[in-house]
Design a protein around this ligand. Structure first.
Ligand code: NIG
Ligand code: FE
Length: 432
C-alpha cells in the first residue's frame, strides 16, 4: 500500500474564517493591495473542506458537504472518512519558510554581548566568531548528529505551522562537510514538511584556503558532486563586500546554471553593493535580505521575476532598523516574501513571529504578511515541488493550519507563542 492511500480522508466542518489565498493563478505571487483583499482571499464561515489521499478534494458549503459525505454524523468517524469539528476556528494554508540555515552545530549566544559592546557582525567575523566558528563545530558533528539537530529544528518549525521549508547548507565549506549537511537535510524531507535544499558552499571562505583556491574547489569539486547527486535544487552565494563579490557571485551562478541549478542569493544585507541588480540580471529565483537595495534594483528584480525576500528577524537580532523596503515593495506593486533566516544569530523558526515584526513593527496588514509567508514564497519554490503549495485550493496538497482563534488576523498576533492548534501536512496531522 502506498503511503498516500494509507492517509484517511478528512471532512472538516464548523470552520471560522477560511484563508484560501487562492484567487487567480495560485502558482503566481500577489502584490500591492491584492495581498490584503479580504473578499478574494478569505471565505466567510460556513464552508467545509474534504481531503482525499493527502490533497484538497472539495471546498464547498458546509451543509452540502456534510449531507453528501457525512450523513451519519453521530459516529464522528467511518472506515472511509474522519470528520473533524474545527469549533469555529480559522484556517490558513501551511506556512512556507523560503530561507533558513537549518543545519548547523554549536552555540554563538555569546555574540550578543560582543555586539552590545560595539562590535559589528563584520568585526565579530574578523575575530574568528560568526560563520567560521559555526563551521568548526559543524565540521566536527557527524551526519547522524546533524540529522538529530535537523529533526529537532523541523519539529520547532512545524510547531509554528510551517509545512514547506527551504534549508541551506553553508556551515561545512569543504567537499565532505557540505555533502554531509546536504545528505542529512534530504533525509529529513517529507516527515513533517517538504524540505528543499539549497547549496550555500559560498557562504564564506574557509580559513585554510585562499579565495581563488576556494573558488576553484566550489566550481570544480563541490558543484559537480552536488549537482550530479541531486543534493540541492538551488545555489546560494553570500554576496556582500567582505565575503563574495559581484564577479565571484556571477561566476558561481553561471557555472551552477550549466549544471541545471537555479539560484537564490544573499544580497545587500549590510550595504547596497549591486547584489539585487545582479540577481535580477542572472534571473535568480529569489534575492534575500535586500535591506539596502535601491529602488531601481527592486523594480528590475520585479520585472525579471526575482522574488525579494525580506528577513526582518535578522536586523531585529542585530539591533538594526527593519528598513522601509517592504513598504516600498507594497506601494509599487513589487512582489515580496518574508522568511525566518533561522541561523546561529537569528534563532527563530517562527513565521508567526516574523509576521508579528511585519505587522507590529513595520505596520503592514496581517493578511498581507500571511500572503508573504505562504503563496508568495511558494511561487519561488513550486517548480521543485510536485504540487503548488502556499494556498488552499482543490487539487492542491492538504497542508493547512487550524488557529486558536476564529480570525485569520490572529495568525501573527501572539509573539512568543504559537497561534496554531493543529497542523496538517499532506492530509495528516503533524502538530496537535
Ligand atoms: O543570512 N549573512 C549571511 N548568512 C546568515 C548568517 C550567518 C551567520 O551569522 O552564521 C544570514 O543572516
Ligand atoms: Fe541567510
Amino acid at each position: 500500500m502506498s503511503l498516500l492511500s494509507a492517509i484517511m480522508d478528512l471532512l472538516l466542518f464548523n470552520i471560522g474564517e477560511l484563508a484560501t489565498l487562492s484567487s487567480g493563478d495560485v502558482s503566481k505571487p500577489l502584490s500591492g493591495t491584492e495581498m490584503s483583499n479580504r473578499e478574494k482571499l478569505i471565505m466567510d464561515p460556513g464552508y467545509s473542506i474534504l481531503t482525499s489521499k493527502g490533497k484538497i478534494a472539495k471546498i464547498g458549503p458546509e451543509e452540502e458537504l456534510l449531507e453528501e459525505f457525512a450523513p451519519d454524523m453521530e459516529s464522528g468517524k467511518s472506515n472511509l472518512i474522519e470528520i473533524i469539528d474545527v469549533n469555529g476556528a480559522a484556517l490558513i494554508p501551511g506556512l512556507v519558510d523560503c530561507h533558513t540555515h537549518l543545519l548547523w552545530s554549536g552555540d554563538r549566544s555569546n555574540e550578543i554581548r560582543l555586539r552590545q559592546n560595539g562590535l559589528t557582525y563584520q568585526d565579530i567575523s574578523n575575530q574568528g566568531g560568526g560563520i567560521a566558528k559555526t563551521v568548526n563545530s559543524t565540521r566536527n558533528a557527524s551526519r547522524k548528529e546533524l540529522e538529530s539537530i535537523g529533526n529537532r529544528n523541523l519539529s520547532q518549525s512545524s510547531h509554528y505551522g510551517t509545512t514547506t521549508i527551504e534549508a541551506k547548507s553553508g556551515y561545512g565549506l569543504s567537499v565532505d562537510s557540505e555533502i554531509k549537511i546536504l545528505q542529512a537535510t534530504s533525509s529529513l524531507n517529507g516527515i513533517r514538511q517538504n524540505v528543499l535544499s539549497t547549496w550555500l558552499g559560498a557562504h564564506d571562505f574557509p580559513k585554510d584556503k585562499t579565495s581563488s583556491e576556494y573558488m576553484d574547489e566550489l566550481i570544480h569539486e563541490q558543484l559537480p558532486l552536488i549537482a550530479e547527486n541531486d543534493l540541492a535544487k538551488w545555489i546560494d552565494v553570500f554576496c556582500e563586500p567582505g565575503w563574495f563579490n559581484l564577479e565571484q557571485t556571477e561566476t558561481l551562478v553561471k557555472n551552477a546554471k550549466g549544471f541545471g541549478l537555479k539560484s537564490r542569493l544573499h544580497v545587500d544585507e549590510f550595504v547596497d553593493s549591486g547584489g539585487l541588480s545582479l540577481a535580477a540580471e542572472l534571473g535568480s529565483c529569489s534575492a534575500d535580505h535586500v535591506g539596502f537595495s535601491n529602488s531601481d534594483s527592486r523594480d528590475k528584480a520585479n520585472k525579471s521575476g526575482t522574488m525579494q525576500v525580506f528577513l526582518p528577524g535578522t536586523p531585529y537580532v542585530l539591533g538594526k532598523d527593519l528598513g522601509d523596503g517592504i513598504k516600498e515593495c507594497l506601494d509599487n506593486n513589487w512582489n515580496f516574501s518574508l522568511a525566518t533566516d533561522f541561523n546561529p544569530n537569528c534563532q527563530t523558526l517562527s513565521l508567526p513571529f516574523v509576521g508579528s515584526l511585519a505587522t507590529h513593527r513595520i505596520g503592514i496588514d496581517p493578511l498581507t504578511a500571511l500572503v508573504a509567508c505562504t503563496r508568495n514564497p511558494a511561487s519561488s519554490l513550486n517548480a521543485e515541488l510536485e504540487n503548488c503549495v502556499g494556498s488552499i485550493h482543490v487539487g492542491g496538497p492538504a497542508d493547512f493550519n487550524i488557529l486558536n482563534s476564529k480570525l485569520v488576523d490572529y495568525w501573527c498576533q501572539t509573539p512568543g507563542s504559537s497561534p496554531i492548534s493543529k497542523t496538517f501536512f499532506s492530509g495528516s496531522i503533524v502538530k496537535s
